[in-house]
Design a protein around this ligand. Structure first.
Ligand SMILES: [Zn+2]
Ligand SMILES: [Zn+2]
Length: 852
């Protein structure tokens, strides 16, 4: 396809090169290329294209593998040669546990993909190495794997907000209703109840009064009730005949194509969720219903004599549906019984915040009267206190009491509150006498009592009070709400004051659930960094360097490393979010020792667990003695992600009261583990996670004592990780296990615990991972050469980006940033040489000399 991202600049011209170019069809049949690349070929730019203002004439493809190819052109002189090229994917080769070591990342940073040699008329030559993530990227870019010296074929561009592209504003579209009673012209309908229906009408006389009137038409009707009055909403299930699939698109009048109402309106049509009924109590929290694409739950409001009009022209009276006499449509018992629902801890009368899901006999979601009946799962479109698991299983958060309209008969409830309280799925029978439903929860695991507090390090868009409700309902003691910038959009900045901790005793809360507003500062190539709990002024700019994180035209004026230092100066905590991506300057920040934690991130994924890719990247630093705590955060940006899906557990000092400050201290001490459900305890020779144990040069043996328990995800194995390798692996009871390992130590070693587990119908995942204990053997520094090279290469990449395609700030800022990165590079580089490691490398100052 022809891709012209704008007009071409007159300073460029295309170069005609003669050579073995190939067409698209030949390439599609080429076995040396991945099927992914071949199937994406149609999307590749071809023909007379423009990229970044530069014209390109793409007449074919030159696949490079195996044999070299030579291209010829008429003599031409130019200051720049601009290559438009891409590369095939290079799959990683993880070991059987999913770990990759050493890892250069998905993008295979620094790998030589090709070599181009420029031939001159005089017979001389100039060689250009084409390295991955420097001069070339892959045809599909995994998020966080940007090029340091090359850019994508299309230049960045501004985007209009939704309401400027369509007639309907984004905000109004969220209401999902349109009164349709205004606009450039309105006629009015009046229904006159004729007192003499038996008499024939023979005419109508119309006389003017004050001002003008336009009569447009008159019609006659025979219905019993007022033709313009509809009844309250009802629900029905629609089962389409075999061979027909449901089309959910609405036309410009808001109507479906396959089913419509004449005197009424269909409010919503959603796939019918089919839940387990008899086994509901045994199914697990958040377990998804089955969706049958031929079954729909319709919600409607209509005149009692209205009729549905079906796809085949058939008309079905609403009354026939409600009397259960229709073929395709069956009535759903209406939710007419108003009930007070209360949730308490067993033995207490005090309501507690929980996550709640309720459905009726047809699987229809029943929301409290003040909650969304249809949560919106899209980015930045709904930050209400709801959770919609994959848009199929809807839940809401309640402060312990709520009013809800329920149908008579059985209703199915799901109630949960984090990882220490047993989640419940239960059935209650609603009768006309039911006025209140009370549900009692059992606290099963005493981790909080032992001084552990849970946290989500990464939540966006919620208001602080909504975050407080969601945190308490998910059993998350600390929610870090992060203000940030997304292009021209800034979020939560009005909630940042650099001092308030919502929910704290000083702020009028009970002190058990806290919310603190920090910032996530971001650069699309260099990386993201979360600055938590700092005091004073907001650390801005929060984004730099242009799209997709910051506004077009923003220069790179500050580094992650500098943001981190500023945050620490203001008393805050520094976290590398969704580690390791974007995978670039975070290497320098860790080497400089300004990072407190690396974040394992879930987003909306409940079933993939802690990613071995993240762990592999973290292990590289641990192997080289850079101790950084593991933390868990969701990066919640939509109602599809629940706060605390993955979370951090951190232990307060014994007897220390829980405050936000005490929590920050626990992270700094690195006494943490990350989990999707299972809880853990681990000591090494009696020392907690995050501790350092000195040992004499003769080495020795350490005792690793552990205990694990779960009330959510069933556990399957516990594993002992020593210096990034699995040393022990034991099958365990799904709900509780304890034991110990004796580990001989001859060189400096880090020791951590990993728990695997899974729901019965899902694959095994890494469900929890501890921060290690570092055993430091005298005279044996932590050092892993292959990993150190990959860390160094990341810093070199960051430098190359500053020097080449990164939007340049004024010279002073550019030089300052360069010095910082060179400093980190030198620090690691010197260490490598001290360890006697010889390696091929480009000194960082070379980039600047070449590319200025
Ligand atoms: Zn981020
Ligand atoms: Zn984020």
């Amino acid at each position: 396809m022809i891709v012209r991202d704008g007009p071409a600049h007159h300073g460029f011209r295309t170069l005609a090169l003669e050579g073995p170019w190939q067409g698209m069809e030949a390439l599609k049949a080429c076995e040396a290329l991945s099927p992914e690349l071949r199937s994406a070929l149609e999307q590749a730019p071809t023909g007379a294209c423009v990229g970044w203002g530069i014209p390109f004439d793409i007449e074919g493809f030159l696949p490079l593998y195996g044999e070299p190819a030579t291209l010829r052109c008429a003599p031409a002189r130019a200051r720049w040669l601009i290559f438009q090229h891409t590369s095939d994917i290079r799959p990683l080769k993880p070991n059987r546990y999913g770990f990759v070591s050493p890892t250069r990342g998905w993008g295979q940073l620094g790998e030589l993909a090709a070599r181009y040699t420029v031939l001159y008329e005089d017979g001389s030559e100039e060689e250009i190495p084409i390295r991955r993530r420097h001069e070339i990227g892959a045809f599909q870019r995994p998020w966080g794997e940007n090029c340091f010296q090359a850019v994508a074929h299309c230049k960045p561009r501004p985007q209009w907000p939704h309401h400027e592209q369509t007639a309907l504003s984004w905000g109004v579209s969220q209401t999902r209703v349109d009164a349709a009673d205004d606009g450039p012209w309105v006629n009015w309908l009046y229904a006159w109840n004729n007192p003499h229906p038996e008499k024939a009408i023979v005419g109508l006389r119309c006389e003017p009064g004050e001002g003008a009137v336009l009569l447009m038409a008159v019609s006659l009707g025979e219905v019993q009730e007022h033709p313009l009055r509809w009844r309250p909403r009802r629900k029905a299930t629609l089962t389409l005949p075999e061979g027909l699939t449901f089309d959910p698109t609405l036309d410009e009048m808001g109507l479906l194509s396959q089913i419509r109402l004449d005197m009424g309106q269909i409010i919503s049509a959603q796939w019918r969720p089919i839940y387990l009924t008899r086994a509901w109590g045994e199914s697990y929290n958040n377990q998804l219903p089955v969706i049958n694409r031929r079954e729909i739950i319709l919600e409607y409001t209509a005149h009692p004599e209205a009729a549905f009009h079906l796809w085949n022209g058939e008309q079905v009276p609403v009354s026939q549906v409600e009397e259960a006499q229709a073929v395709y449509l069956k009535p759903v018992p209406p939710a007419t019984q108003r009930v007070l629902l209360r949730v308490v801890e067993r033995g207490s009368r005090k309501p507690v915040a929980v996550k709640l899901h309720v459905h009726g006999q047809a699987g229809e979601y029943l929301a409290p009267v003040d909650r969304h009946r249809i949560p919106n799962p899209c980015w930045f479109e709904d930050y209400s206190v709801d959770f919609t698991h994959r848009g199929q299983h809807h839940c809401t958060y309640i402060p312990g009491e709520t009013v809800i309209n329920l149908p008579l008969g059985p209703v199915y409830l799901e109630v949960s509150k984090g990882f220490e309280i047993k989640p419940l799925r239960l059935v209650r029978e609603v009768t006309p006498a039911t006025k209140e439903i009370v549900i009692e929860l059992d606290k099963v695991l005493p981790w909080r009592e032992r001084g552990w507090v849970s946290a989500d390090t990464h939540v966006h868009f919620l208001t602080p009070m909504s975050a407080l409700l969601e945190g308490s309902a998910e059993g998350v003691n600390v929610v870090n709400l992060l203000a940030s910038q997304w292009g021209e959009l800034v979020t939560n900045v009005g909630d940042f004051d650099g001092k308030t901790t919502w929910g704290s005793v000083e702020a009028g809360g009970d002190g058990e659930y806290l919310v603190r507003v920090g910032t996530e500062n971001r650069q699309h190539v260099l990386g993201h960094i979360s600055l938590l709990g700092y005091e004073g002024r907001i650390i801005a700019p929060m984004t730099t360097g242009g799209p997709d994180e910051s506004a077009l035209g923003d220069p790179i004026e500050i580094l992650l490393t500098e943001w981190a230092r500023q945050c620490r100066k203001q008393g805050g905590l520094v976290i590398l979010p969704h580690f390791p991506n974007p995978r670039a300057e975070n290497a320098a920040a860790i080497v400089e020792g300004v990072v407190d934690g690396v974040e394992m991130t879930s987003w909306d994924d409940l079933y993939s667990g802690i990613n071995p890719y993240s762990l592999s990247d973290w292990y590289r630093y641990l192997n080289n003695g850079y101790m950084v705590a593991a933390v868990g955060g969701t990066d919640k940006m939509t109602a599809r992600t629940a706060v605390g899906t993955v979370r951090t557990y951190a232990r307060l000092r014994e007897g220390e009261p829980f405050t936000y400050r005490a929590w920050m201290e626990a992270i700094r001490r690195a006494e943490t583990f990350v989990t999707y459900g299972p809880l853990m305890e681990m000591t090494v020779d009696g020392k907690p996670m995050g501790a350092r144990i000195p040992m004499t040069s003769s080495g020795g043996t350490v005792d690793v004592a552990w205990e694990v328990a779960s009330v959510t995800v069933p556990m399957s194995r516990i594993e002992l990780i020593v210096n990034g390798e699995i040393r022990e692996s034991l099958a365990i009871d799904p709900w509780a296990a304890r034991g110990s390992f004796r580990v001989p130590v001859s060189r400096s070693s880090w020791i951590a615990l990993l728990v695997r587990g899974h729901y019965t119908d899902k694959p095994e995942i890494i469900a929890a991972h501890s921060t290690p204990v570092m055993v430091e053997v005298e005279g044996s520094p932590f050092y892993a050469a292959a990993d150190a090279v990959t860390i160094l290469e990341q810093i070199e990449g960051a430098l190359a980006y500053l020097d080449t395609v990164g939007t340049r700030a004024e010279t002073r800022a550019y030089k300052r940033m360069r010095l910082i990165l060179e400093g980190a590079h030198r620090r690691l580089h010197n260490r490598m040489h001290q360890m006697g490691h010889y390696h091929e490398h480009t000194p960082p100052h070379d980039h600047a000399a070449h590319h200025r």
